[in-house]
Every structure is written in C-alpha cells, then in structure tokens.
Design a protein around this ligand. Structure first.
Ligand code: ADP
Ligand code: TRP
Length: 320
C-alpha cells in the first residue's frame, strides 16, 4: 500500500502541523510505503523569493528528518526533482473540464485573500493530481482542506482512463485525524496565517513566553474547571502520558489548579517531547549536504517511478 502526500515549504512548522500531519506520516511508515515530498512547484504560486523558497525547502526537509521521517523506510523528495510531473500535468489538463477547477474552494479562498489570480493558482489541482497519479498512490493522507483536491484527482484520472484506457490508479483520500485540531495561543486553530502558532523548533524561551500568553477564561484558581474547554489542556494532553493527562483533568475538575500553574507544567513537557528531535535537527542543520543527498536520492527513486507512468500515458495519448 503506497501512501503519498506533499507539504508546501511555506515557513517553519508549528505544533499543529506536527500532530495534524507529520506525526501521522511518521507513524504510517511501518505500515505503508511512504512517498513524501516538498511541494515547491505549488509554493511558487504564492512565494516569489528565490532565496526564501530555497531556504524553506532545505529547512522543511531537515525538519521532516529530525522529526522521524526515515529515508530507509520512506521516499523523501523535492517535487521539482521530478520534472515529469509537469509534463503529466499538461497531459491531464487536456481532459480536465474548466468547471471542475472553477468549483475548487482553495482557488476562491486564496484569490479572496489577495493572491493574484494566476493560471498556476487556478491549475494548482491539476498539478496536485499529477503528483498523486504519477506515483500510482493508493492513499493520500491530507487535512480536510485538501479533500476536494483528491476528489478532483479521481475525476481527472477517470476522465483519462475513460478516454484512453485504464492507465491510472484511482487514489483514496485518507483524512487525517482532525478531531483534535490543535489550538493556537489565542484559542483559534493554530495556523501560521493567524500569528498564533508555537513553532516546533523555536527557542525554548520563546516557546515558554508563548505558552504563558495562551488565552484562558477568568475562572478563579480555586473553582472547578472544564478541561475540555481549555486550550492549555488541549495542548497538555498532546504531550502528556495517559496518567499525567488524567491527573491534570482531575485537578481541573476539582478546582485548586490555576491556568498559570497548568501552563508552567506544560512548558517542560513540550521541551522534553521535542528534545531528541531538536538535537537531531541541530546535527542535520550543521550538515546541509547530508540533507540534500537524501533529497536527491529520494528524487531518483521517485523519478524512476514517474518516468514509467509518464511513458505509458504519453504512448496511450499518441506521442510518437
Ligand atoms: P497552516 O494553517 O499553518 O498554513 P498548513 O495548511 O500548511 O498549515 O497545514 C499543513 C498540514 O498541517 C495540513 O495537513 C494540516 O491539516 C495540518 N494542520 C495545520 N494546522 C493544524 C492544526 N492547528 N491542527 C491540526 N492539524 C493542522
Ligand atoms: N496542496 C497541498 C497543500 O497545500 C500540498 C500538496 C501538493 C499535496 N501536492 C500534493 C498534498 C499531493 C497531497 C498530495 O497542503
């Protein structure tokens, strides 16, 4: 069973990205053949600074590896190391109805946020379809916001298969566990665009300052509190053992624990949780060539697979 997903190199990873995506990719490694890539072609629809894009790609690869993505088990690569994907994008475009793309929410949202209405942004789902189909992926683990794009991918693949014969495997979306959306310091969903995110690898003193700023209600220390309504507890539970979580929930319900105290206990748990990854990250960051070598090796493997799919499709569509 092959699992494939891409993540855009759009800045430092936060705790929501970790629990909502990266941790799940890492956990899947033993059960699935993982193909995980850095979607730098997609990022070009919104980031137009050469140095920033290059730095983000290297940082993201370093983060992935530090957080446990194992190149011995999964293929980690850069989207642009497989240029075949852009050729398949064109071939797929020839059977993609405009209406299908016009219905995509992401395009409407991004242009409403002020991104220029460029063709690349509009055709973004076709590139994503090519990403998925070129590696014969079985499942695509994504957040809820990307589900529509996986459905579009299936529609495009069906259209091509109906026109030219059974060429492409239809993938299934695997919606990541978003029952526990990680809250940010203001209580809304943690997101880099809301400025409320705690980054995985930021300085421990900055993490502490952010935790101490998490918004809570004004229930007095001695009163009972509902742990399920509290952002501090929502974060605490991610880092705590089962016993620690239950003990803290009990203290909330009984009263006597203040939010400040809960925050102070959360800080070291967070630091311990990522301590090994932080060390690994520092070692990898000191040796960017090692990270690049891993990406290039992943790219070679992915490319061989992509070339086989592309050859099949080109031939079926009438390339001489
Ligand atoms: P952001 O909202 O910060 O821009 P992205 O949209 O780039 O994050 O998300 C990358 C991945 O991380 C997606 O799979 C998404 O579902 C997951 N993710 C992002 N924020 C959260 C969150 N607060 N809780 C859980 N998962 C999240
Ligand atoms: N569009 C996805 C996002 O913004 C990233 C992505 C690109 C992707 N290609 C993909 C995800 C293929 C899954 C499969 O998050």
């Amino acid at each position: 069973m092959r699992s494939l997903s891409g993540i855009q190199p759009s800045g430092a990873l936060h705790i929501g990205n970790y629990f909502g995506a990266i941790k799940q990719y890492v956990d899947m490694q033993d059960r699935h053949e993982g193909y995980y890539f850095i979607a730098n072609y997609h990022a070009m629809t919104s980031l137009r600074d050469r140095e920033a894009l290059r730095a983000n790609c290297l940082d993201l690869a370093t983060d992935f590896l530090a957080l446990g993505l194992d190149p011995g088990k999964s293929v980690l690569f850069l989207q642009s190391d497989v240029p075949e994907v852009t050729e398949l994008t064109w071939l797929l475009s020839t059977v993609t109805p405009m209406g299908l793309l016009e219905r995509c929410h992401a395009y409407k949202e991004k242009t409403a946020e002020g991104l220029p209405a460029d063709h690349g942004l509009f055709a973004y789902p076709v590139l994503m379809a090519a990403d998925i189909l070129i590696y014969n992926s079985d499942v695509v683990p994504v957040g809820q916001d990307q589900k529509q794009h996986v459905e579009v991918t299936r529609d495009i693949a069906e259209k091509l298969n109906n026109t030219y014969g059974e060429l492409l495997k239809l993938p299934a979306p695997l919606i990541l566990d978003t029952t526990a959306v990680v809250p940010g310091v203001d209580g809304r969903k943690m997101s880099k665009s809301y400025g409320n995110a705690i980054m995985i690898f930021e300085e421990p003193k900055d993490i502490k300052a952010k935790v101490m700023r998490i918004k809570t209600d004004s229930t007095p220390v001695e009163d009972p509190k509902d742990p399920e309504q509290c952002s501090v507890f929502a974060l605490y539970r991610l880092f705590a053992t089962d016993e620690q979580r239950e003990a803290m929930a009990e203290r909330y319900r009984k009263g006597g624990v203040g939010y400040g105290e809960a925050k102070k206990e959360l800080v070291p748990l967070m630091a311990d949780y990522f301590a090994a990854a932080r060390e690994k990250r520092a070692a990898l960051a000191a040796s960017p060539d090692t990270v690049l070598d891993i990406l290039r090796e992943g790219g070679r493997k992915a490319r061989a697979e992509a070339q086989a799919t592309l050859a099949r499709v080109r031939d079926a569509m009438g390339c001489l």
